[in-house]
Design a protein around this ligand. Structure first.
Ligand code: SF4
Ligand code: SF4
Length: 79
């Protein structure tokens, strides 16, 4: 995947429980000084399991939402 996109872990919310590290199917996460970090962002598939399971909601997966411009066909039928 594009390495610009990776889970963001709020270090203030992370308790270091290790659940996300154990459950990540790609072993993308690790722990330093008692806090989870993304150690291998290039292996992350953006599956969102870590975001879902974190008990303190410390993990967020940023998304870019793009809106398509309306097509000319739909414009003409709506009038
Ligand atoms: S599951 Fe959440 S609280 Fe636990 S180590 Fe991972 S980020 Fe930290
Ligand atoms: S989104 Fe999936 S692959 Fe990426 S760090 Fe979280 S659990 Fe691992």
């Amino acid at each position: 995947m594009n390495t610009r996109w990776k889970p963001v872990i709020n270090q203030k919310l992370c308790t270091g429980c290790g659940a996300c590290i154990e459950q990540c199917p790609e072993n993308a996460l690790g722990q330093i000084a008692g806090k989870a970090i993304v150690l291998a962002p290039e292996t992350c598939t953006y599956c969102a399991q870590c975001e879902t399971l974190c008990p303190t909601r410390a993990i967020a997966l940023p998304y870019l939402i793009m809106y398509a411009a309306p097509s000319s066909a739909s414009d003409s039928t709506s009038r």
